[in-house]
Design a protein around this ligand. Structure first.
Ligand code: ADE
Length: 230
């Protein structure tokens, strides 16, 4: 077994690299990959850069080139659900691409023929996440995450995404990573800590809370690694 842990931004991966301590850096396809052992488990780490295209490339590379057999994503998200506040954790039950639109042909938002609006995450990994939450005495919300190539800083757009996809949080990589893992039959889990409310103050809130929220997600994901049977 080899566990891939990915983020989108350096701030999302750095706390994980720090916790792992020593690793080998391999450059591949225009990015750096970090191979290591953590508590007896083979792991491979990377941050993809922001957005669906880069995250698709990185997830595919982690699986096809580095041989990852499970994939965990750690990072930050904008809240849609009013229940979610800065620092809170959410694990995706399923994910959708909010900016995928061929509605002109009568299809629902997020759908293309031979695809699906929602990609389901792995139930066993979600259960492990709930066990970690119980151990850490940290609330963990399960919910739908919507992904798109947009930093959402607009109440109207955020509400539309919430209503259209019944989504609780939004970000820019989860669904594309999910599509890759689903196609390649790799169990995956998308964990996010809230950095902002995707409203007019989102960019300021994001800048202020990126590091602390990314750290919270990273700490949680490393506890999950310890619990995954190997
Ligand atoms: N990730 C964190 N906050 C976000 C936002 N407001 N829009 C898109 N991705 C995000």
């Amino acid at each position: 077994m080899k566990i891939a842990i990915m983020g989108a931004m350096p701030e999302e991966l750095e706390p994980i690299l720090k916790e792992v301590g020593s690793y080998k850096i391999v450059e591949y396809a225009g990015n750096k990959y970090y191979e290591a052992q953590y508590k007896g488990v083979d792991i491979v780490l990377a941050y993809s850069k922001i957005g669906k295209v880069f995250s698709t490339l990185t997830a595919t590379t982690l699986i096809e080139h580095f041989g990852a057999t499970k994939l965990l994503f750690s990072g930050v998200a904008g809240a849609i659900s009013p229940e979610l506040k800065v620092g809170d954790l959410i694990v995706a039950t399923k994910l959708a691409q909010h900016d995928l639109d061929i509605t002109a042909f009568g299809h629902p938002f997020g759908y293309v023929p031979e695809g699906a609006v929602y990609i389901e995450s792995d139930e066993a990994l979600r259960k492990i996440a709930q066990e970690v939450a119980a151990d850490m005495q940290t609330p963990l919300k399960e919910g739908i995450i919507a992904t798109g190539d947009q930093f959402v800083a607009n109440e109207e757009r955020k509400n539309w995404i919430g209503e259209t996809f019944n989504a609780d949080a939004l970000e820019m990589e989860g669904a594309s990573v999910g599509v890759v893992c689903d196609a390649l039959d790799i169990p995956f889990c998308i964990l996010r800590s809230i950095s902002d409310a995707a409203d007019m103050d989102a960019s300021f809130s994001f800048d202020e809370f990126l590091e602390t929220s990314a750290l919270r997600s990273a700490e949680f994901i490393m506890k999950m690694v310890e619990k995954i049977e190997h």
